[in-house]
Design a protein around this ligand. Structure first.
Ligand SMILES: Nc1ncnc2c1ncn2[C@@H]1O[C@H](COP(=O)(O)OP(=O)(O)OP(=O)(O)O)[C@@H](O)[C@H]1O
Ligand SMILES: [Mg+2]
Length: 269
């Protein structure tokens, strides 16, 4: 049995697009033929858990089939449980998914013991960030006058420490990819400034800058059905197709390819 590739979607900033990215990567990976295990470490919010519950219900109600992941739900109670208990449950959950090709974890927009542990177990950390200086702050602190980068943020340090620990313990490295999410047709000068600072931070704290995702309705409108653009086909089509879908699929494919993940972002619909 091979060891699963562990992917952690993380950013301590709330609303950066972690859960959105997690459901798209999970569904695309499953359509690509991977056996995917999912762990929702945002035990209070459980966006990932709700997504797959809706998926099961929608498929059953519509007599359709689509791939499902291996799941190991974690109790919301763990949000306030003693650290030892939460970490224990995390290890049990991880072990239960050992037969998967990929284990994908969604994390909360906060520093929790389970999220920290997850970062330490990752082969790949993917961090979405909203396309603005407000969100940039979660990765690096910018001088208010010159907008120069002053220092990495606490989250960047968390990832850095996870990397050091993992290298010391197992000699393995963690690939860290940051991508900009909800790219809008922002004023060109402002975009260039954010670009420059993301590149500067990438050199300082050592992440790769991945291809971004646009701000598109299609990334959120299928959520209530438990579906993503990777699922759409002749039979599974709860919304009308549009050019947006084609563009979104291309973005998702470019991202999967950058991450070195086998996937099928949906080609037949
Ligand atoms: N690329 C996108 N295009 C359109 N809407 C998006 C996109 N990415 C995220 N959203 C929307 O932004 C909101 C926040 O996204 P999401 O819940 O994925 O963030 P999160 O990082 O998981 O948040 P939290 O920290 O609360 O868990 C949601 O309403 C989601 O539908
Ligand atoms: Mg979330």
């Amino acid at each position: 049995m091979t060891t699963p590739k562990v992917i952690v979607i993380g950013n301590e900033k709330g609303g950066a697009g972690k859960s959105t990215l997690a459901i798209h990567l999970a569904t695309a990976l499953m359509h690509g033929g991977s056996r995917v295990g999912v762990l929702d470490l945002d035990v209070r919010q459980q966006s990932l858990g709700h997504f797959f519950a809706s998926r099961r219900a929608w498929l059953s109600a519509n007599g359709q089939s689509a791939p499902m992941p291996d799941e190991h739900p974690l109790s919301p109670r763990l949000a306030s449980a003693p650290e030892d208990e939460a970490l224990d449950q995390f290890e049990t959950a991880l072990a239960s998914l050992a037969g998967c090709d990929v284990i994908l974890m969604d994390t909360p927009g906060a520093d929790t013991p389970m999220s920290r542990a997850a970062h330490g177990r990752a082969d790949l950390i993917v961090t979405p960030m909203n396309d603005s200086f407000v969100d940039f702050d979660a990765l690096g602190v910018v001088d208010p006058v010159t907008l120069e980068l002053k220092r990495p943020s606490l989250y960047s340090e968390t990832v850095w420490n996870s990397r050091k620990r993992r290298a010391a313990e197992s000699g393995q490295s963690i690939d860290w990819v940051v991508l900009r999410n909800r790219l809008a047709s922002m004023e060109a000068r402002n975009r260039r400034r954010v670009d420059e600072r993301v590149q500067a931070l990438s050199r300082r704290v050592g992440f790769r800058v991945g291809p971004g995702l646009g701000d598109r309705v299609i990334y959120r409108e299928l959520f209530p059905f438990g579906l993503t653009i990777a699922d759409l086909s002749q039979d599974i089509r709860p919304v009308a197709m549009s050019l947006q879908h084609v563009a979104a699929r291309q973005e998702l494919r470019a991202l999967m390819s950058f991450l070195g993940l086998e996937a099928d972002a949906g080609a037949n619909a």
